[in-house]
Ligand binder design. Structure first.
Ligand code: A2P
Length: 294
């Protein structure tokens, strides 16, 4: 296991377990399965609709609450100061915990940025009150970060963005690093290409011949090579799976090392084309989704 120290000295297990598009009915089992093979960090979100099942999986695992790093995200319909304070109550209530380890804004809402700022100020209050151990953002481009930093006082601990070998966002990673913000990769193994509605026409990263070659050289899979690539570059990564073998496979990445040359070959695969949504484009229908009470 590799842990990373956030800018407020909180420790985060670098390799977390993702539950994006994990149906509620399979999430509890997936989380239990992940914790049983060694994951100690779970990343969920209000909009995923499975916080309750994540909490249940953690409780069923028998692992003490304090040994698991719980990260979740405030959805856009809860932006605004009071709304975001209440979003904490909803999330903590569903997860069944008193305190969250990391609470982040799911994305900048460019059609209502002042509400995005107000929501972040609520996260600052939650941090000061000890309700969350760290706060951050997701899908923030450098210009969103600049605006946020200019209007708030706590530098985000984390910026969770799309990063996989076909889309590495070097300019966002650079801006994060300059501000002491940890870059956390969502869709770290390029799985976004498998999700309905996203990147349906795009190439599957896992089939990439270079990755397949590096994987064969190390006796590992392309997914394991990608996760190792994130970890060796100092990023946090949160691969999703609901399949027990793949959950275990994605955590079995601490027994090999990529060479500098391997890493350079993988870096060279960047296409500059994102598979997920563009953070600058508002999505009114999605933004309007109401997060239920706990
Ligand atoms: P499944 O849940 O059936 O395993 P990402 O985290 O990059 O978004 O990737 C998640 C997607 O990739 C999911 O569709 C998941 O499906 C699939 N996946 C997860 N781990 C692996 C793996 N080791 N090999 C192949 N596919 C994987």
């Amino acid at each position: 296991m590799i842990t990373l120290t956030l800018n407020n000295n909180v420790e985060l297990p670098a390799l977390g377990f993702g539950v994006f598009q994990s149906a509620p009915e399979v999430t509890t089992q997936a989380v239990e399965s992940a914790l049983s093979v060694g994951y100690r960090h779970i990343d969920t979100a209000a909009i995923y609709g499975n916080e309750r099942e994540v909490g249940e999986g953690i409780r069923r695992s028998g692992i003490p609450r304090d040994d698991v790093f719980i990260e979740t995200k405030v959805w856009v319909s809860d932006y605004g100061y009071d709304e975001a304070l209440h979003a904490f109550d909803k999330a903590a209530g569903k997860l069944g915990v008193e305190q969250l380890d990391l609470l982040i804004l799911h994305q900048p809402a460019t059609d209502r940025f002042e509400k995005t700022i107000a929501a972040y100020k609520a996260l600052e209050t939650l941090l000061a009150d000890g309700k969350v151990r760290a706060i951050g953002v997701s899908n923030f481009m450098p210009h969103h970060l600049e605006r946020l930093l200019g209007e708030t006082s706590v530098v985000p601990a984390v910026n969770q963005i799309e990063v996989h070998p076909y889309f590495t966002q070097p300019e966002v990673q650079k801006a994060d690093a300059e501000h002491g913000i940890l870059t956390q990769a969502w869709s770290p193994i390029g799985g976004i290409t498998f999700y309905p509605g996203f990147g349906d026409e795009r190439r599957n990263v896992m089939d990439d011949p270079t990755l397949q070659r590096v994987a064969a050289e190390h006796g590992k899979t392309a997914a394991q090579v990608m996760l190792r690539w994130h970890l060796q570059q100092g990023r946090s990564a949160i691969p999703k799976s609901t399949n027990p073998e793949r959950i275990a496979q994605n955590f079995d990445v601490f027994d090999f090392e990529l060479s500098a040359e391997d890493i350079a070959r993988i870096d060279a695969l960047d296409t500059g084309v994102r598979n997920g949504p563009d953070p600058d484009t508002p999505r009114p229908e999605r933004f309007a989704i109401v997060i239920p009470e706990a």
